[in-house]
Design a binder for this molecule. Sequence first.
Ligand code: F0G
Length: 460
Amino acid sequence: MVSRRSGAEPFKIKAVELVGITTREQREEILKRAGYLQFRIPSEYVYIDLMTDSGTGAMSDSQWAGVMMGDEAYAGSRSFFHLEETVRDIYGYRYVIPTHQGRAAENILMLAQTKPGSYVLGNMFFDTTVAHIEHKQCLGEEFMIPEGLDTGSAHPFKGNVDVQRMEDFIKMRGADSVSMIIITVTCNNNGGQPVSMRNIREVSAVARRHGIPLFFDSARFTENCYFIKKREPGYQDKSLPEIAREMFSYGDGATCSAKKCALVNIGGFLALNSRDLYDRCLEYLVLFEGYATYGGLAGRDLEAMSRGLREGLAGPYLEDRIGQVAYLAGELEAAGARVVKPAGGHAVYVDCKKTVPHLGMDQFPADALGVALYLDSGVRTVGLGTLAFGKKDAATGDWMPPDLELLRLAIPRRVYTDRHMDAVADSMASVLRNPAQIRGLRLVKETPRLRHFLSVLDLA
Ligand code: F0G
């Protein structure tokens, strides 16, 4: 039994949206029609949607008021200048380029900064970052510390870079062959795990020693700042904006998917210090997104993003937010799931190799547990394991699974209460009470790429 959290949400509810209530028989039918793929389930049939924390948050009354105040001028929009001022204030970078979402900022930065055949180094890249690295014919190299890949390790900063290994690589291949370093804060792919200020400082020293530019993937930077304040000696008495300023001061710029910590449903940006790089990025911005002061967004989106960025860095909000993730992690563990520890900033990740060991990797355990959970209660999650990242041996047809087989339960920001979390945990407990009933999955129709978005499955 997990004890309830003290205090209450630091907001009250002004508008409500009804959730989908279905019966088990309906969900059986819905799953069949969806080819057992959660992405194909219409959201009206989802009770609690933990598929992603991206673009699914609730905006505040101030942000909605900002929507009405949005300046829709094609050029020189007032809302752009508000965003520019906010980003300069929080990040400390001079130039701000709005984009329609995070991956567009990644595209523009990499087009302007990489050379084909060069390396991009980092802790662990998100999928779209990997795709953009490959699209620019570059090679991505990840230097995560070993604890970052150990789901049982209690290391407080499991997003940290193995600095020595990264520097050895730079010395071996030559600094000229490295286009940039990207630190992802927090690191999504291993559990929303933070990077310490000390580690960022050390990576920055390596980058500067070798003349390599350093960027942040700052999709979840406010959550990273909160972990630094809570866990890193010397930061307890610093304010969150001070921590953010110091963190970004060690780099040359950042991409941001504002759909996460900046609390908007759509939006992103690129922030930079170099005028030369900014000028090169602008050409690609105009080509792919739009003019310099809107970048593929409406003025109202820019206004909401500017306000959301400040709200996302507020202490009471972050304490509640990260507390809710930890609360769900504790409840799921009590329900019999083995979760990645410590709980991260935006999601709870269930280690499916340990939680449903009776399923072989060829039965896609993470997705199978997700299907069982949806069938039980209508809770939607996302599998991050063999189906998404595994490779099939062309000669033998055997699956080569990735290191981790995880089911992600990502919590949208300011959307669900702890009672929703209780309902998720109750459902997990009912599913795991009889694990033999959790059926594996098999592929009926396979696509060469983006398998976890496009394939068709059936119960094994
Ligand atoms: N970087 C990180 C760390 C992300 O998690 C994401 C998106 C992106 C970049 C790309 O941003 O979606 O705005 O283009 N993550 C979502 C998720 C999709 O569900 O984790 P985007």
